[in-house]
Design a binder for this molecule. Sequence first.
Ligand code: ACO
Length: 320
Amino acid sequence: MHYAHILGTGSYLPDRCMSNDDLSKIVDTSDEWITSRTGIKERHIAAPEEQTSDLAVAAAQRALADAGIQANDIDLIIVATSTPDMTFPATACIVQQKLGIHGCAAFDVQAVCAGFMYALTTANAYIKSGMARKVLVIGAETFSRLLDWQDRRTCVLFGDGAGAVVLGASDETGGIIHTKLKADGRYQHILQTPGKIANGVIDGAPYLFMDGQAVYKFAVKALAQIASEVIQEAGMTAADIDWIIPHQANYRIIESTARHLKLPMDKVIVTLAQHGNTSAASIPLALDTGIKEGRIQRGETLLLEGIGGGFAWGAVILKY
Ligand code: ACO
C-alpha cells in the first residue's frame, strides 16, 4: 500500500498588490463595504506579461526546493486552473516545458474553486495505485482576467496567485488519509463564465457572473456537510483536526464551517485579507502560508475544503 505524503510546498503571488482603497478609485465601493461583507483587504494582480503557467512555475520551483527534489524526479504534473494560458494545450504541459523537463504525464483539472481538491484527490489515486511516485500538484489562477472591472459585485472578490505541493509515495502510513469530492451541475447558473471561443469569436459573456446570495447559501450548507462526512469517513472526530485550511472566498463562509465543526477560528488558516479569492490557488496558498509562518507543524492533521462553480466541492484530510 502506498501513501501520498507532502514532501514540500510553495506559493507565489504577483508583485502588484491592489488594496480596497485602490479599487474604490475604479468602481463605486469602499474598504468598509468590502471588509465587512467579505474580509478581503487586498489582492495581487498578475502583470500583463505574466501567464497562469508563470505563476504556477514560480510556486512549483519553491515547492520542489522545499521538498529537496529536482524537477526531473516528478512523474506527474496536475494543474488545477480555470484560467489556463490558452484553450489548449493544457497549462500543465506548458509548466512542464518551463520547468525544463519532458516526458512525464501532465494534465489540467477544471473544477474552479474546488480545483485543488480535485487535483489532490487525483494525485492521491495515482500514488495509491502505484501509477506515480512523485506528483507536482499546482493550483494557479489569473482570475483578474475574467473580471468585469466595472462590476463592483464581482471585481472586488478575486485575485491572482499560485500554490503548489509535491506529493511523494511512501510505504509509511500518513499523508493523505481520506478524500471526498462532489458536484451538482444543476447549480451551474449561479456562478459561471459562459463565454466560449467558437468560429473565431467569443460566443457568450466573457466575464465572471455570480449570484452572490445563492452562492453563499449553497456554499455554507455544502461545506458543512462535506466536512462532517469526510471526518466521519476517516474514522475521526472534529477534535482530531489541528487545522482547517479552507478555500478563501468569504470570511463568513469560513467562520460558518468552523462553527459547524465547533472548532475555534484560531484553528483556521485565513489568508483571505491578503490574497482575496484566488480560486484553485487559494487552498495551496493558504497551506503554504500556514506552514511557512510556522503555524502548521509536521505530524498535524489538516482538513482542506473547497467549493466553486459547477457546482463542485471537495474535502481532504491529511497528516502533514
Ligand atoms: N461595494 C459597495 N456596494 C456593493 C458592492 C461593492 N463592492 N457590491 C454590491 N454592492 C451593493 C449592491 O449593489 C447592493 O446595493 P443595492 O441594495 O443598492 O442594490 C448591496 O450592496 C447589497 O448587495 P448584495 O449582492 O445583496 O450583497 P450581499 O450582502 O449578498 O453581499 C457578497 C455580496 C459579499 C458577494 C455575498 O453575497 C457573498 O459573500 N456571497 C458569497 C459569494 C462568494 O463567496 N463568492 C466567491 C466566489 S464563489 C466561491 O469561491 C465559493
